[in-house]
Design a protein around this ligand. Structure first.
Ligand SMILES: [Zn+2]
Length: 318
């Protein structure tokens, strides 16, 4: 959950999705379960929390939660007695069957406030097979008038039986320029956020917890070193050792954004580069997503990528 986005904040790229969902909820057209399909880190959890607050709020304006009453604040702080948040537990990448069973038991009890109970499952594709099967039972016979919200970027990873029990709504990914302006309105410059987003493009709201100036600096530094590498002055061993000491995932993202720019240069005939080395580097970087969370020897893995980068400059390097 990205706690720093308040219920009353406006996420412009989600306004129409939120309004559609809200109207459906108010018109009783959602049923017991809704599946919110949205790219990770684009505000899906916020949207689900907003809907939960809309259910509980005691002082709504046109049905929209006020963000100030006790009920809204409880939702905001994840301490509302009738709102259950189900996510992978610490140290686990999965939502497990025990969590879903506990949820079913909880849903069987009457709510505290006499309103409906709300459940947010996020990211829902992390439900393991047993958990998904257990959830299916709840979806088939939802207790009371519970509302379950499944937030996922990958609905196809959920069993078709679960998907078919949910009303589906698809939220658009934010446009990067729009997002940079939105972030800059909260602090920082548009230019720094634009650079930060090119590193965190896949999970835009995750940048909120980071310092855009530092991110932009890291990107500039990475691009400078790699540009020098094209002229033959990259030391893959030394650079890999240095870069492995800090956030490797960010470095990989920065290298990716550099490779993308160079690929554009090459495609437009602006630079004579070794296309094969360029695409092999891109391939290595894609593979890197698979090893980032593993105990692999990161200096060595980075070094391998940097040797590829060194080859992009062409025949000047061997
Ligand atoms: Zn309220």
């Amino acid at each position: 959950m990205t706690a720093r986005i308040a219920i009353t904040d406006e996420l412009p790229w989600l306004t129409s999705t939120r309004d559609t969902l809200h109207a459906a909820m108010q018109g009783d057209r959602v049923g017991a379960a809704v599946l919110i399909q949205i790219a990770p880190g684009s505000g899906g959890d916020w949207l689900a929390r907003w809907c939960a607050a809309a259910v509980f709020c005691t002082a709504p304006t046109a049905g929209a939660p006020c963000g100030r009453c006790v009920e809204c604040r409880r939702v905001e702080n994840n301490e509302h007695p009738d709102l259950a948040l189900v996510s992978p537990l610490e140290d686990s990448k999965e939502i497990k069957v025990d969590q879903v069973r506990a949820l079913a038991q909880d849903l069987a009890l009457t709510s505290h406030g006499g309103r409906r109970k709300v459940v947010i499952l996020t990211p829902a594709e992390r439900l393991n097979r047993n958990a998904a099967n257990a959830l299916l039972k709840t979806l088939e016979e939802p207790p009371g008038d519970a509302l379950l919200m499944l937030v996922t970027g990958e609905p196809s990873r959920l069993p078709i039986t679960v998907q078919s029990r949910c009303t589906r709504i698809t939220a658009p990914a934010p446009d990067r320029a729009e997002l940079a302006r939105w972030l800059a309105a909260r602090g920082g410059s548009v230019a720094d956020w634009t650079a930060a987003l090119s590193l965190y493009g896949g999970r835009p709201l995750d940048v909120l917890d980071l310092d855009p100036v530092a991110l932009a600096g890291l990107q500039r530094d990475t691009h400078r070193v790699l540009d020098e590498g094209l002229r033959g002055s990259l030391d893959p061993v030394e650079t890999a050792e240095a870069w492995a000491r800090d956030d490797v995932a960010l470095r990989i993202a920065a290298i990716e954004s550099w490779v993308q720019s160079r690929a554009e240069d090459w495609a437009r005939g602006r630079a004579r580069l070794d296309a094969r080395a360029l695409f092999e580097t891109a391939e290595d970087l894609r593979e890197a997503r698979g090893w980032l969370d593993t105990p692999i020897n990161k200096p060595l893995a980075l070094e391998r990528i940097l040797w590829r980068v060194a080859a992009i400059g062409g025949a000047r390097r061997r």
